[in-house]
Design a protein around this ligand. Sequence first.
Ligand code: S3P
Length: 426
Amino acid sequence: MERLITPTRSLRGTLRVPGDKSVTHRGLMLGALAEGETWLYHPLKAGDTLSTAAAMRALGAEISEEGAHFRIKGTGLALREPADVLDCGNAGTLIRLLSGLLSGQELFAVLSGDASLRRRPMGRVTTPLRQMGAHIEGREGGKLAPLAIRGGGLKGIHYEMPVASAQVKSAVLLAGLFAEGETVVVEPAPTRDHSERIFRHFGLPIAVEGNQIRTERARPYKARDLTVPGDISSAAFFIVAALITPDSEVRLEGVGLNPTRTGLLSVLKEMGADLAWEVTEGHDGEPVGWIRARSSKLKGVSVDPALIPLMVDEVPILAAAAAWAEGETFIPNLEELRVKESDRLAAIAKNLHNLGVRAEVGPDWIRIRGGSVQAGGVVEPFHDHRIAMAFAVCGLQKGVTVQDAEWASISFPSFWEDLERLSSKD
Ligand code: S3P
């Protein structure tokens, strides 16, 4: 589906973005393992998390949609062998976390997904899970899905992660809940800590000391309701849209402000953004609050490489902001972007060029020359939700055509309607 975005004069209003994708995946999984009923309030109901709900149902949990919420009747740590291949769709978080979880179960399961997911690296999870004792096969010796897992009989390991990845950390920790002895994961750099927080919420064993995270075998645990905060990765599109559009002010309510997710806010501030936020409450272990963004004159910056793991999904929208900034923006430490839903570094460069913006790309960096976005460009999402939304925002002011706009529904089904609602046109 092609979507024509006509030039936007200003962007104003208040928005409650959909639930956090990372927290929803984890809530569904841990609710499915608990004893009794967990209500997951305001989860994300979108392509990726509906794949997780379907997978957890196939593993024996009863999950019903109750209005905006999910009601999960857990299995009490006793998942059932699935009758068919578990289809993880487009969701990297699902296939990697579920690989960890299923490595701990005495059952056989096959995990696969769409063409993008079957290209993404799985060796990063199959390597430590095999070290723990799981039997996992996959294409190219276990580097690519489909993955076939026969779990059980795990032993805890001390694992130094070669990449800063919350998905890898979480996969090993979930397996650790079913392993003999202690499991320790060492992070090369801090990554999102939703798994650690949700383990605490459900009373599961977890200890964090510096860059070391420990867990051990779980005893059956009771269900506990969980409210999912709004997704800051979705809020990011509206923040940047307001910053780069004249006469604009957008307020986002109920957004997750976990400090392992707010890297983009720091970078935008450094670029000169008129941006404010405040944590006003804690939802079941996650800090939540509001963000306010106003039209700003942005300037290019050189981004601190240490911030990238704290904003790994926001690089496409940062690139869109950089295209509107005065001067040059340099973003390093982007190796991981090559293995996301698309090769995001290549996709960013292609779309910047489509919109007339000069950019130079290296193996793990991009340099963007701001201030030259042209009217009437075409956005090519490369089957990637965040590329579609980020470059729609980049083209908002001058008008743009977005190809395959339906990809937004992977994480933000109401994106186009919300954008329409807040926009005033000439
Ligand atoms: C996620 C971790 C990140 C992120 C993804 C969600 C998670 O991936 O890009 O969208 O929920 O743990 P990596 O762990 O590969 O960095």
